[in-house]
Design a binder for this molecule. Structure first.
Ligand code: TYM
Length: 333
């Protein structure tokens, strides 16, 4: 069977270092293997919470620009907007009939995002993981590179594939494998090592955005949470030191080495020495991407062309899968 990758990011605010290290950079690496890869901007997911409709299209372009600037090559991989391929939503309805409420009730991301408002949030937020399953299964994707926070959603996608196959007595949908890769599968907030770095954190200082300039990155790292102890000599010494662990993990991921390697270089040193080194590394990795993103955003027609071609390619895969799914389910045609 062809190996096929599908992954996506929401166009809510800009992308941050967690999106980059936990997902985007891995996509770029995987692109060089013998996978067929599709990367979408999941705009339908981005409307599950209140959002600014006049910004949605430009944020969609901006995420596409980030993919390309980070190294996703539109000639090798298919880049598109989720809403431009209506088969995602169509398959979602079919899968929704097989998704058990009990399983959706256990989704931690829904609980986090709904907070105390669970009674009042929209059905879309609750059904979000079913749409995500449809995103993956509509391409019969075999591999899904994501950060650790998406693991539970992926379990649901696997579950729905298995439910469909059992119910209709054939191996139709492959079981998509999560690919949670690299050292930084869960980058934490710079201000609170117990919280995930997130687009929805109200504090800008909690995250490094892909659009931040060198000075901003350095200032955010300088103010990042640590503790009064110096860097430990070994990885065990990071236990119960969430802020410290986070910075060491980020350094390791950026340098493509292990946390142990970082500590063999910096163990025993003060944070005042480590933080500028981390800032320098982050700037070296991110500033070419930031610059390329700005170039691309200055030429939206170019991004639109890539997105239009991507949507056409994606639909050419998705439409026959939807048709076959509906045939299997017995629909009139
Ligand atoms: P989203 O937009 O929240 O995040 C995009 C990707 O970035 C990863 N990520 C992180 N990785 C490490 N540390 C962090 N702090 C961090 N924050 C985010 C996420 O794991 C993700 O890989 N539901 C998905 C989008 C989606 C999708 C899909 C993904 C929709 N359909 C189909 C894969 C396949 C989401 O909200 O990601």
């Amino acid at each position: 069977m062809t190996k096929r990758i599908l992954s996506g990011m929401q166009p809510t605010h800009g992308l941050h270092l967690g999106n980059y290290l936990g997902a985007l950079r891995n996509w770029v690496d995987l692109q060089h293997n013998d996978y067929e890869a599709l990367f979408c901007v999941v705009d339908l997911h981005a409307i599950t919470l209140p959002y600014e409709s006049d910004m949605l299209a430009s944020r969609t372009r901006e995420v596409a620009a980030a993919y390309i600037a980070a190294g996703i090559d539109p000639r090798k991989s298919t880049i598109f907007a989720q809403s431009a391929v209506p088969e995602h939503s169509q398959l979602m309805w079919l899968l929704a009939t097989m998704a058990q409420m009990g399983k959706l009730d256990r989704m931690t991301q829904f609980k986090d995002k709904a907070g105390k408002n669970a009674e009042r949030v929209g059905l879309g937020l609750y059904a979000y993981p079913v749409l995500m399953a449809a995103d993956i299964l509509i391409y019969k994707a075999t591999h899904v590179p994501v950060g650790e926070d998406q693991k539970q959603h992926l379990e649901l996608a696997r579950d729905l594939a298995a439910t469909f196959n059992t119910r209709y007595k054939r191996e139709f949908f492959p079981q998509p494998e999560p690919q949670i890769l690299g050292e930084a599968t869960r980058v934490m907030s710079l201000q609170d090592g117990a919280k995930k770095m997130s687009k929805s954190d109200p504090s800008e200082k909690s995250r490094i955005n892909l659009t931040d300039d060198a000075e901003t990155i350095a200032a955010k790292i300088k103010r990042a949470q640590t503790d009064s102890e110096p860097l430990p000599m070994n990885v065990e010494g990071l236990k119960d030191r969430a802020g410290a662990d986070n910075l060491v993990t980020i350094y390791a991921a950026l340098k493509r080495c292990s946390r142990a390697d970082v500590l063999s270089e910096f163990g025993g040193q003060q944070w005042s020495g480590f933080k500028p080194a981390l800032a320098e590394l982050a700037v070296a990795e991110l500033s070419p991407i930031t610059a390329k993103m700005a170039d691309l955003m200055a030429n939206p027609a170019k991004i639109d062309k890539i997105l239009a071609q991507g949507a056409e390619k994606a639909r050419s895969i998705a439409a026959p899968v939807l048709k076959e799914t509906m045939d299997i389910m017995g629909f009139w045609h």
